[in-house]
Design a protein around this ligand. Structure first.
Ligand code: UDP
Length: 382
């Protein structure tokens, strides 16, 4: 192996690049943007000094100790617990649904056992095997909570009826019968002290790694390399020959204020009549800092068209069919491995992305050493 080309400087590309560089391989890593770190990119706002997560809020949370230890070598993590609120009608509630939400919503003062019994009685027990998002919600929280917190938000987020979406999406969110309003259940959670960009810069800071920014790479540009790791969209590698895999993209509308705008980091909007899904006020992602002004962003979700930034893979059955075609084509390719959220068309949290990148690098090195063929995917997208 002489030189490895990695396309994309997000966590997938950066971690794989670093692991291969540590093993003595020469790595060239390119990115079509003018900066590293992909959608994790963060920078200080020039007017207020607030750390802005340019492509939407990123909160690091994981149960994976290896990943936590790995990333902690590249940053100091500051204590941060994500506490999300939801505005529904004229009221503000606590998310994920917890005892406070239930008591406030039903105007009661229930204890955990009573709340559990109430929610059980409201859940539609006739739905034995929930087959979609709506059925999953109706079974577990009942009509009223579903209509308030999930129905409108989900329609705005995905542009689809919740009956068309898989039940698995809702399984990301817990329901709690205590007053714990931590959005995540994970053992480790924190915010990097200086944002995400310096983490990726440090990961890539190695004598065996060269970085080239503002460089769009097509398949035909990769022939000089022994192997390519591609973290761009899987369908783009094939010039979208079979059609485009569906994504949702996001638009961010900036809000500036001299004081605090909403008083918390994330405010979701459950009502369908409000066009945005949520507002994030970025200074609250760094509670250890103090800033007098503020910057917040209204977030709007819409269908991703050519030229837009792809965020959320849709993965409905029609996309699954197309995905199968691209996966088969990818497996017929030589010397290229597809990685990460876009390369494998899956919605991945940062910790999973890093875990998969470590796994990919390790198994790639093993395959090279034993002269085995290098697969198109070390993590199967299907
Ligand atoms: N969701 C919802 N209401 C909310 C928050 C989330 O209905 O207030 C649903 C929505 O369908 C969303 C899914 O739960 O896509 C997962 O939410 P999560 O907060 O994990 O989404 P992310 O932050 O990854 O966009």
């Amino acid at each position: 192996m002489k030189t490895i080309l990695i396309v994309g400087t997000g966590f997938s590309g950066a971690v794989i690049g670093r692991e291969l560089a540590n093993a003595g391989l020469k790595v060239k890593i390119v990115d079509s943007r003018s900066h590293v770190a992909g959608n994790c990119y963060s920078e200080r706002d020039s007017q207020t000094g607030i750390m802005i997560h340019k492509y939407g809020p990123h909160i690091f949370h994981t149960d994976n100790q290896e990943v936590w230890e790995y990333i902690s070598k590249f940053t100091e993590f500051m204590p941060y617990v994500n506490r999300v609120k939801s505005t529904v009608g004229n009221s503000v509630f606590s998310l994920p649904i917890n005892l406070h939400t239930i008591n406030q919503f039903f105007n009661k003062a229930l204890n955990p056992a009573e709340a559990k019994e109430l929610i059980r009685s409201l859940g539609d027990q006739t739905i034995e095997n929930p087959e979609n998002f709506e059925e999953q919600a109706l079974r577990f929280v009942g009509r009223e909570l579903y209509d308030a917190f999930f129905k409108g938000y989900t329609k705005k987020q995905w542009g689809l009826e919740p009956t068309e979406l898989p039940a698995s999406i809702l399984k990301r969110l817990p329901i709690r019968f205590n007053y714990d309003d931590n959005y995540f259940n994970h053992k480790y959670q924190g915010m990097p002290k200086d944002g995400y960009t310096p983490i990726v810069e440090k990961i890539l800071n190695h004598p065996n790694i060269t970085i080239e920014l503002d460089r769009e790479i097509l398949k035909k540009d990769t022939t000089d390399y022994d192997h390519v790791f591609f973290s761009g969209p899987l369908d783009s590698w094939f010039s979208y020959s079979e059609g485009r895999l569906g994504y949702r993209t996001l638009d961010f509308q900036e809000i500036r204020d001299s004081g605090d705008f909403q008083g918390c980091a994330v405010m979701n909007y459950g009502d369908e009549s409000v066009a945005h899904t949520r507002i994030s006020e970025h200074k609250f992602f760094a509670p250890w800092e103090s800033h007098s002004g503020t910057v917040a962003f209204r977030e709007y979700s819409r269908e991703c068209s050519p030229g837009d930034i792809p965020y959320y893979p849709i993965r409905l059955s029609s996309e699954q069919c197309l995905l199968q075609k691209y996966v088969a084509m990818a497996k017929a390719e030589q010397n290229v491995t597809f990685v990460g959220r876009l390369g494998t068309y899956r919605y991945l949290d940062m910790d999973v992305t890093i875990a998969e990148a470590l796994h990919t690098a390790k198994n790639f090195l093993k395959a090279v050493e034993s002269k085995n063929p290098i697969p198109a995917f070390f993590v199967e997208p299907l």
